[in-house]
Design a protein around this ligand. Structure first.
Ligand code: NDP
Length: 324
């Protein structure tokens, strides 16, 4: 495994990490979750990503249960939670968002579900138009001073809102965010590469990037339709299917164009796509998702493919996908 600093913090995260979205509490049962987490930890993965909303808290509960069972030393791994969407089906106004009340209560609930005394990383899962940013920054500062959170960050906030959070933190001597959690993959690049360009050096911001395979699309599994049991076939995720596949054949065409490059490198498409994310030095860790052991084994192999991505290959990849 390789380790990268989270921005300019001293925290070193594994270049490949592992997240629980969709899978934990839905596609994988307890013994599969145990197998996946053990495999990841054995490979040096030291960051496990979660959120209050993933299967309404069940993903955190399952992860906490299994990590306790596996007896990972607490200082050998990092775990995150995210606050915003709530952890129940139809949240009341106080059960969602980024108010001081919900940020603090959601943290307490995540600590219980994950069975830990502190969260290594705590993210504001989306911006909240109904809460002043100053209130959220102050709530995060409180949690950090109480020792319940070590580092805090944002997820999919516009760059302007991140600048605002830093201004408020600086003027009020509050702890500022150090990390953003954006989507980043070969088909979705603009925010990380362009919109956030001013943030990395200004604040030493790190990134934990999500959906490196665009929910599996970049593995090539959807080239000829939606396989039964796959993520885009899950009931309740029709919106995701529409967002991943609903733009005609253009994206599938790009995936197909990448296949010969992967073949030449002796890599799978998934490995190529994951390794490509690591070419960006502003990516602190690529968060993997997997519903099966074979997927995780294969995806962890992306690190062996990374040294093969020289400038000429990177240019061919760029031409295959065009503008993201
Ligand atoms: P990916 O884009 O890598 O998608 C993972 C899914 O793709 C797997 O669950 C599996 O789904 C399929 N897959 C993975 N590897 C392979 C393979 N080798 N061959 C074929 N299919 C494969 O990542 P995620 O979308 O899961 O994102 C990673 C993590 O990021 C999440 O778990 C979560 O922790 C975080 N995240 C954060 C978000 C945020 O808003 N902050 C949003 C989304 C994710 P299947 O087998 O079911 O088809």
């Amino acid at each position: 495994m390789q380790y990268r600093r989270l921005g300019t913090t001293g925290l070193q995260l594994s270049a490949l990490s592992f997240g629980a979205w969709v899978t934990f509490g839905r596609q994988v049962d307890r013994s599969q979750a145990r197998d996946l987490l053990a495999l990841a930890h054995d490979h040096g993965v030291n960051f496990f990503d979660n959120a209050e909303t993933y299967n309404n808290g069940m993903a955190e509960q399952l992860m906490g249960d299994v990590i306790a069972d596996l007896r990972f030393p607490r200082d050998s791994y990092c775990v995150s939670s995210k606050v915003f969407f709530g952890a129940v089906e139809h949240p009341l106004p106080t059960q969602r968002g980024l108010s001081r009340k919900h940020v603090i209560e959601a943290c307490h609930q995540a600590l219980q579900r994950l069975r830990v005394d502190y969260l290594d990383l705590y993210f504001c899962h989306r911006p909240d138009p109904d809460t002043p940013i100053a209130e959220t920054v102050a709530a995060m500062d409180t949690l950090i001073r109480q020792g319940k959170v070590l580092y805090w960050g944002t997820s999919e906030w516009p760059a302007t809102a991140i600048h605002e959070a830093h201004r408020i933190a600086r003027e009020n001597r509050l702890v500022a965010p150090v990390v953003e959690q954006p989507q980043y993959n070969l088909l979705h690049r603009e925010r990380v590469e362009v919109e956030y360009a001013s943030l990395y050096d200004a604040y030493g911001m790190g990134t934990t990037i999500w959906s490196p395979l665009a929910s599996g699309l970049l593995s090539g599994k959807y080239n000829d339709g939606v396989p039964a049991g796959s993520r885009l076939a899950q009931p309740g995720y029709e919106w995701l299917r529409e967002s991943v596949l609903g733009q005609g054949d253009e994206r599938i065409g790009k995936v197909r164009a990448l296949q010969p490059i992967a073949d030449e490198l002796g890599a799978s498409l998934a490995q190529l796509a994951i390794a490509w994310c690591l070419l960006n030095r502003h990516v602190s860790t690529v968060m993997l998702g997997a519903s099966r052991r074979e997927q995780l084994e294969q995806n962890l192999g992306a690190l062996e493919v990374l040294p093969r991505l020289d400038a000429a290959i990177a240019e061919r990849i760029r031409q295959a996908v065009g503008v993201a």
